[in-house]
Design a protein around this ligand. Structure first.
Ligand SMILES: Cc1ncc(COP(=O)(O)O)c(C=O)c1O
Length: 278
């Protein structure tokens, strides 16, 4: 994503071409940092407060002092003011700090929204199932948004190498978890299904928004532990995440999944809600 602005705690606005972290920051050395990706609509970060709560939770799980929420809001508005574009992605990073000196660092990045997303939304995405980790053991950091995302990125690359757009993690006993950077949904009749948080998946902010919007649009929601075969026989499926929003899934492991109206209806409802909050 093209970086439009960078703001660093204690330094203010920094030229994005300049370094913002030390080479011996534990974020670099061991991936010990937490982050959030927030969609900004018309200059207003959508559900920033929910993201700040999740960021604090992720920090606690990896033993980093959570950042001050006001400092996050101030850096965000500084960077957004400088970016000069209203519809962007805002990422907040809390790193563990330098290996020996140890003070946690905070910085935010504002980036352009990847231009191909609307094309993907129009054509729908192909996904392949890959073995993931059911992280019910807290030390496996299920549900934590840390920068140790090399496995998630490798899963995306594996999906692409198999001719798909994205991956769906499943447990070794075949339960659907989530995508590398998305939550997963499917519909049968007027019921939407999504894996439950006790599986150790990330509590997506967009997932929460879909949970709020679904009943207003005539959908029941069931959260639970579902085998991949349930997704395979869905009437429709889609992913949810802050920047990608809702993307229809049109193929799973080489087999077509029909398209339906729920993804488009809820995508429109999400945009409308973001519009109302502006
Ligand atoms: C593993 C994982 N699941 C789900 C999501 C979706 O979360 P959100 O809707 O808060 O963007 C993300 C977001 O990056 C993620 O990394």
């Amino acid at each position: 994503m093209t970086v439009l602005a960078l703001a660093v705690e204690g330094r203010g606005l920094v030229d994005p071409r300049e370094p913002a972290v030390h080479a011996d920051d534990e974020a670099v050395l061991r991936g010990r940092a937490a982050f959030e990706t927030v969609r900004v609509y018309g200059g207003i970060p959508f559900k920033l407060e929910s993201h700040l709560v999740r960021l604090a939770g992720s920090c606690e799980r990896i033993g980093i002092e959570p950042p001050d929420a006001d400092a996050c809001r101030e850096l965000a508005s500084l960077a957004l003011g400088h970016a000069g574009e209203p519809d962007v992605s805002l990422r907040l990073y809390r790193t563990a700090g330098r290996e020996q000196a140890g003070a946690p660092q905070l910085f935010v990045l504002v980036s352009a929204i990847p231009p191909h997303l609307e094309e993907l939304r129009a054509r729908g995405i192909k996904v392949v199932s890959l073995l993931g980790v059911r992280a019910e053991a807290p030390w496996l950091l299920g549900g934590v948004k840390s920068t140790s995302y090399a496995v998630n990125m490798a899963a995306e690359a594996e999906a692409r190498s198999r001719g798909a757009d994205d991956a769906v993690f499943v447990t070794d006993d075949g339960l659907v978890l989530e995508g590398p950077v998305t939550n997963l949904w499917w519909r049968r009749g007027s019921t939407l299904f999504t894996p439950s948080l006790d599986l150790g998946i990330l509590a997506g902010v967009t997932r929460d928004t879909v949970l709020e919007l679904a009943p207003e649009h005539g959908f029941d929601v069931e959260q639970g532990r579902f085998p991949l075969s349930e997704l395979a026989r869905a009437d429709e499926a889609f992913t949810s995440s802050s920047v990608r929003e809702l993307l229809p899934v049109v193929e799973l492991d080489g087999k077509a999944i029909p398209r339906g109206d729920a993804a488009a209806t809820l995508q429109a409802a999400l945009r409308e809600k973001a519009q109302r909050l502006r």
